[in-house]
Design a protein around this ligand. Sequence first.
Ligand SMILES: Nc1ncnc2c1ncn2[C@@H]1O[C@H](COP(=O)(O)OP(=O)(O)OP(=O)(O)O)[C@@H](O)[C@H]1O
Ligand SMILES: [Mg+2]
Length: 326
Amino acid sequence: MGQLDLRGEERLRQIVGSQGGLAPVVADLRRVLGVRVNVLVLGESGTGKEVIARALHEADPRRRHRPFVPLNCAALPEALLEAELFGYRQGAFTGAAAAHAGDFLQAEGGTLFLDEVGELPLALQPKLLRVLQERAVRRLGETREVGVDVRVVAATSRELGAAACRGEFRADLYYRLADFVIRVPPLRQRRQDLILLALHFLRACCRDFGREPCRLSPAAVAWLEARDWARNNVRELQVALKRALLLCEGSCIEPEHLEAAQLEEVSPAGALHQKLRAYEQVHLEEALARSQGNISAAARLLEMKRSTLCDRLARLGIRRQGRERD
Ligand SMILES: Nc1ncnc2c1ncn2[C@@H]1O[C@H](COP(=O)(O)OP(=O)(O)OP(=O)(O)O)[C@@H](O)[C@H]1O
Ligand SMILES: [Mg+2]
């Protein structure tokens, strides 16, 4: 068991779901606090890998006062990534006008977070391995090595072990990074956290937008619970609530707000018919709600024939009581 003080304990408890579906993850974090090991965080896209990495840093009494340095291994071309990671001496290469410490040295005493480590170019992998083995880094253009005390937390949504078996990632580096492996489960496997997270995001968005607090209707809760969120997990939920809140003018999120937000998300640009369909649906439901579900009155509001409205409602699967949903 690692070291944990009161502040660290409080920090871990701030993770939404720490006492629910993420309890096993938090138990894993406790095991490595204050222990000098590298940690590999695995999990599907949007499950909260970075949230976990930051919590590990901030809960650790030995490291929290030192820097947390994040680096996305997929975001830079190989040469820049190398310079960024290991640093360089002034004039080490064309363009190196000033010296750069490099992320390893900048993270001294703290945590280096290597995001999307599965995308680290093969040519850089032995160089990273060497730093991890020697616990020393040599900046580009320098001959001297400098010792570093850095915890590397790497994250990826790839199955890195399998990638190593296929030769797509160096097995020796994989073992080095994976002193300790933490798996963040997908949202569909921790359903008890779903509504907690939804309310957390709703509160945060209302605060950001300067709006009165907003709630979820029971039907909206059911709508959220019926989904598996497999595409982007917690991030998908966060985006859905933010968009729903923007579409909702009152103080209660209903399924139609989520539905309209969802269709937008599925069809970023191309599928115009889906957007039109979503728009039509919201519009027809609104007319029905305003006319208390009376089709003839709704048709008059929409300036269309009653039979046409009936056809459209059937096509869109809208029931006469527009607001009533499964
Ligand atoms: N347990 C949680 N509590 C509060 N917010 C969370 C939690 N998990 C995830 N989030 C939020 O969800 C979003 C996605 O989380 P994060 O970036 O950590 O996921 P990730 O696994 O790193 O995603 P990716 O695979 O896309 O890099 C972030 O905005 C984060 O703040
Ligand atoms: Mg991430």
